[in-house]
Design a protein around this ligand. Structure first.
Ligand code: ADP
Length: 539
């Protein structure tokens, strides 16, 4: 900790809240620029909606959501339409203020007309979402899962998932929502920060009882009931990978703006908290992603009225210590150096073994040279015996640590998911035309250049129409925008414009097909243009 400022560069920077520190030019930072903004309720819902538009089946693990206030009319109309189509549908919705956490300002409603739009909390932008009425219950209680995910690198994408997580329980037996019980937060909301205030909250010294348990203890229980726990894990892994795929385009825009390619800067990694709810049929549903998950391993206990003490929480300790330890192991800057040293050492040891076994005088000088090398690597005072050498080669600190709790899932399963990374490629086009480094919005000239270089305008789609498209979409996004700092077209607006162009060009095909075709066309035309420029440059 550097309360009075830091003078020397570090290998790893562990920031409390966000990426920002203007004085970092190397090493690794435990936060990505823009992560907090990207996982806010509204931004996450938008990113998930884009993916749901492209791949509705693959992204059905996120509840149907609308953004308030701007999508209130749409919400009302869609609910009315769905109810007309299916009169037996009796939905419940959950309203969550944007940027809120710990259950702050959340309430349940049965009808769109119950939305509260006045009052300071109510006038905040919010997400209204279909409420999952049939969650899986354990001991008659609703619970959710907090899983820790390490985003180790954005480019190339590297994702790790912790093998164990936390299960956080409600403190009142669950009943499906009715007008009478809608307000009972201890029945419907699993937040620790809320339930801790219930008289029924149980702090347990064991990891498989009480109001906070390990996820592995729940899995054991499910497995003993005959549930397919392997399938559940594989569904959770795909939920995590797909969610990160939805977030990467926005993160890349922030990344290039804060750490432009080619300039000295740090690399980033980040531990994320995924909140997941299991439905009765064991389908995992994403509730939200937390950019700053609590890493506390203690909880407060009231000794006497008003007197609190921090006491260790065995469940938190079991899960969180492993996550931090393994994150540090995975991002350890010495790791590569150690691996290189170990490889050279093993090469020297095997050569040494061969020559020693020859016991040939001609090779004595080789053996002498090698033993000197060994001394250097092993930092031993005398020429080691083979046993000593073998022992030393295994004497890496890694060997003394427990096996990794963080399991790599990407690129391990990259092949299965790469077809979903379409918006990433749209974001790459966007970044290419951003122009001036340090910005996250595209100006009208950048948009025109994109259209011109990709040869997308023609007699049916004039440059004047291009300008109108830019103005229309940009104005709408900026009018509902959270970020008023910069003018211009944000990534999500560009994605909307891109989808429009794709639909216009490749009529009557599924959206993902239209978008993929337009991406390929643009990439091809830009590559050809780049090739031409190189040739002209040479000429
Ligand atoms: P916060 O950031 O305030 O914790 P969450 O989105 O995590 O907001 O919601 C708080 C709690 O509300 C969750 O832990 C979960 O118990 C419940 N919840 C949230 N969304 C839903 C939903 N769509 N269906 C059922 N329960 C939900």
């Amino acid at each position: 900790q550097f309360p009075f400022g830091r003078r020397l560069p570090c290998d790893i920077y562990w920031h409390g809240v966000s990426f920002h520190d203007n004085n970092i030019f190397s090493g690794q930072v435990n936060k990505f620029p823009g992560m907090m903004e990207t996982v806010r309720k509204i931004t996450l819902s938008r990113a998930m909606r884009t993916m749901q538009d492209l791949f509705p089946l693959e992204y059905n693990f996120y509840p149907r959501s609308w953004i308030l206030p701007e999508e209130l009319p749409l919400f009302v109309a869609e609910v009315r339409m769905l109810k007309d189509r299916n009169p037996s549908w009796k939905p419940t919705f959950i309203v969550k203020p944007d940027g809120g956490c710990q259950g702050d300002g959340i309430y349940l409603i049965k009808d769109p007309s119950d939305i509260r739009l006045t009052g300071s909390i109510q006038s905040r932008p919010a997400v209204v979402q279909e409420y999952i009425c049939k969650p899986l219950l354990v001991d008659k209680l609703k619970f959710d899962i907090r899983l820790y995910v390490l985003l180790k690198s954005l480019e190339p994408l590297e994702i790790y998932i912790a093998k164990d997580g936390l299960s956080r329980f409600c403190t009142e037996p669950y009943q499906e929502p009715t007008l009478k019980n809608l307000h009972q937060v201890f029945m419907h909301l699993t937040n620790y920060s809320l339930n801790i205030h219930s008289g029924n909250f149980i702090h347990s010294a064991s990891v498989n009882t009480g109001s906070k348990r390990t996820f592995s203890s729940i899995l054991c229980r499910l497995s003993s009931r005959g549930a397919d726990v392997k399938k559940l894990w594989s569904d959770i892994i795909s939920l995590v990978i797909k969610t990160i795929i939805a977030l990467t385009p926005e993160l890349k825009v922030y990344y290039q703006s804060d750490i432009p390619a080619g300039k000295p800067g740090p690399t980033c990694f980040q531990i994320l908290g995924f909140d997941i709810l299991l439905m009765k049929n064991l389908k995992p549903m994403l509730l939200e992603v937390n950019a700053n998950p609590s890493m506390r391993i203690e909880h407060e206990q009231e000794l006497s009225p008003g007197v609190f003490e921090n006491v260790p929480s065995p469940v938190d300790e079991e899960v969180k210590v492993a996550v931090i330890r393994d994150t540090l192991r995975l991002v350890d800057p010495q790791k590569k150096k150690k691996k290189d040293t170990q490889d050279s050492l093993l090469r020297v040891v095997s050569a040494f073994c061969i020559i020693w076994s020859m016991k040939d005088k001609q090779h004595k000088h080789h053996s002498l040279k090698l033993s000197l090398k060994l001394k250097f690597y092993l930092k031993l005072g005398s020429c080691p015996s083979l046993e000593q050498a073998a022992e030393a080669s295994e004497e890496l600190p890694e060997a003394a640590l427990p096996s990794l709790c963080l399991k790599q899932v990407f690129p391990k399963y990259a092949k299965q998911f790469s077809y979903l990374r379409l918006v990433d490629r749209v974001a790459a086009l966007f970044i290419r035309f951003l122009g001036v480094k340090g910005t996250t919005k595209l100006g009208p000239t950048g948009f025109r250049t994109f259209i011109r270089n990709c040869k997308l305008s023609n007699s049916n789609f004039s440059m004047a129409a291009v300008d109108i498209l830019y103005i229309d979409i940009t104005r709408r996004w900026n009018s509902m925008g959270i970020d008023h700092k910069e003018s211009g077209m944000c990534l999500q607006a560009f994605v909307e414009a891109f989808f429009c162009l794709a639909q216009r060009k490749y009529k009557s095909r599924p959206l993902h097909d239209q978008v993929a075709s337009l991406i390929e066309l643009c990439e091809c035309r830009l590559a050809a243009l780049h090739g031409k420029r190189l040739v002209w440059g040479c000429g």
